[in-house]
Design a protein around this ligand. Structure first.
Ligand code: ADP
Length: 479
């Protein structure tokens, strides 16, 4: 099949979260299965500065945005295709700076969505599947159906839209319709309107031929009021076209035996490298050696979604336990200040590193004993899966992809691969964490067995890429 992916982020060129890893790894896996895959994303500042190997194809196009035309260029490296427009994309942040979204985000991603289809046209690529991701490319299915349907390259194509996080919807003022190049009739409840605003994500939810989201549990959760973000009605209507397919992880990037960022590699046959990574981690975070205490790690966007509310509420209880904790994250200024205050009050127990830092993320996965993910909601999540591979036992809240992948450890049967709690509360979190601490402190043999079993699990893309392949095929056959 000829597959075109449209994604606002792609690892290793641009990333604010799991979406970037997921789209790049899926594209790679589908290519390994023998498909022709092209993955499109904007050419942001970071990618263009650090990569002279991205080449100009010489192909140019124009997109009309209301009364203004904007030009774009197509750049390329391997099967990564980049939409270049320096006015829109040559900026410090991907979607905003200094805690504020860019004011022209609607225009930037209308441009991107149309640019991908323009690119298919001028490159003359006969396309079977157009697979788009999140609100930034959610208008592509609509444009494909109503603006580019006569185009010979795309007339038989079907569209797939993947929801990586329903809470980010791309909501913009009604006037946005003026630059979209489609009939104003699309501003209706049956199409793009959402309580008086234009909702980009509805473009995907309503007009894509098939919908997916990144775990089975989340696919059910978003059809309910609590997590449906006001779109549960739309999702219930499309229930039969909505599939939950879990993200996998890329073991070429995330494998402690080969990880290029680690000072010491290790595998389940010999965990001594993990212990050395732990010593290094303490040094990097300036934590004193207090004996054999477990390190609890966390790498995350600083966002309430990730459960910081209940972590902060647990401060004193956590501080009184035999553990040390390291946080790596960036995002909300408020959460940052609160975490830094916690670290100041308990400098021997908590340490925080603010910023985005890929090598440090790998060291935390390797050097920690326990990985904490108390998310309020979690469409799929990746770090619990990395953690399993690194022998770092996850403590998670039973939501979305965390609930699907983590089985609560049962002392009697020895089954399970982590510790899990249901209620979103400090109390429930502490109960699960205490279970993990107890096993770590009092039964090292069982702890090591748990680590080794976790490391042997397979959460690669293999299975999920086959599921996508089958879904593409059946959707094409249905058309
Ligand atoms: P989300 O997409 O909701 O942020 P995921 O768990 O799906 O959450 O993916 C987060 C990804 O981003 C993981 O690969 C994680 O390691 C990475 N990440 C998050 N914050 C940072 C950071 N500050 N530095 C390095 N990597 C980070």
């Amino acid at each position: 099949m000829h597959i075109v992916m449209a994604s606002p982020e792609v690892t290793p060129y641009s990333k604010t979260g799991g979406l970037a890893d997921a789209t790049s790894a899926l594209a790679k896996e589908l290519a390994n299965l023998g498909h022709e895959v092209k993955i499109f994303s904007p050419l942001y500042l970071a990618a263009s500065e650090n990569n002279d190997e991205i080449e100009n194809t010489g192909l140019k196009f124009k997109v009309s945005l209301g009364r203004r035309d904007r030009e774009g260029e197509i750049w390329k490296k391997g099967n990564f295709y980049f939409i270049r427009n320096d006015h829109y994309f040559l900026r410090e942040g991907l979607y905003g700076a200094n805690d504020r979204e860019y004011e022209d985000n609607a225009e930037r991603f209308i441009f991107f969505s149309r640019a991908v289809l323009e690119a298919i046209k001028i490159m003359g690529v006969k396309t079977d599947i157009v697979h788009c991701h999140d609100w930034q490319s959610a208008l592509v299915p609509l444009y494909l159906k109503y603006v580019y349907s006569d185009c010979s390259e795309m007339k038989d194509a079907v569209s797939v839209f993947t929801i990586h996080n329903l809470a980010y919807q791309g909501l913009f003022p009604r006037e946005t319709m003026d630059i979209m190049g489609i009939s104003p009739d699309f501003f209706s409840i049956e199409a793009l309107e959402f309580y008086g605003k234009v909702s980009f994500i509805k473009g995907g939810l309503i007009f894509a031929d098939v919908l997916t989201t990144v775990s089975k549990k989340y696919s059910r959760e978003i059809q309910e009021k609590e997590m449906g973000c006001g779109l549960e009605g739309v999702l219930i209507k499309r229930k039969k076209d909505l599939y939950g397919i879990a993200n996998g992880i890329d073991y070429e990037e995330w494998n402690p035996a080969t990880d290029k960022y680690l000072p010491f590699n290790y595998d389940s046959g010999d965990l001594s490298g993990k212990k050395k990574c732990k010593d290094k981690l303490k040094k990097v975070f300036n934590l004193p050696d207090l004996g054999d205490l477990p390190i609890i790690g966390m790498i995350s966007r600083l966002d309430l979604q990730k459960g910081f509310e209940i972590i902060l509420k647990s401060e004193e209880k956590l501080a009184s336990l035999p553990l040390q904790m390291v946080f790596l994250g960036n995002g909300s200024e408020k959460i940052r200040c609160l975490l830094e205050k916690v670290a100041k009050r308990h400098p021997n127990k908590f340490a925080v590193f603010i910023g985005y830092n890929e090598p440090l993320a790998h060291l935390i996965e390797a050097g920690s004993d326990i990985y904490l993910m108390p998310s309020k909601y979690e469409p799929c999540g990746l770090n619990h899966l990395y953690s399993l591979k690194y022998g770092t036992i996850p403590v998670v809240r039973a939501t979305g992809g965390l609930d699907d992948a983590i089985v609560n450890f049962n002392r009697k049967s020895g089954r399970g691969n982590g510790f899990k709690f249901k209620t979103f509360s400090s109390r429930a979190l502490m109960a699960a964490l205490n279970g993990a601490l107890d096993l770590y402190m009092n039964n090292k043999g069982e702890w090591e067995r748990l680590q080794k079993a976790a490391m042997a699990e397979d959460h690669s893309w293999n299975d999920s890429a086959h599921k996508y392949e089958r879904l593409y095929k059946t959707t094409l056959e249905r058309k």
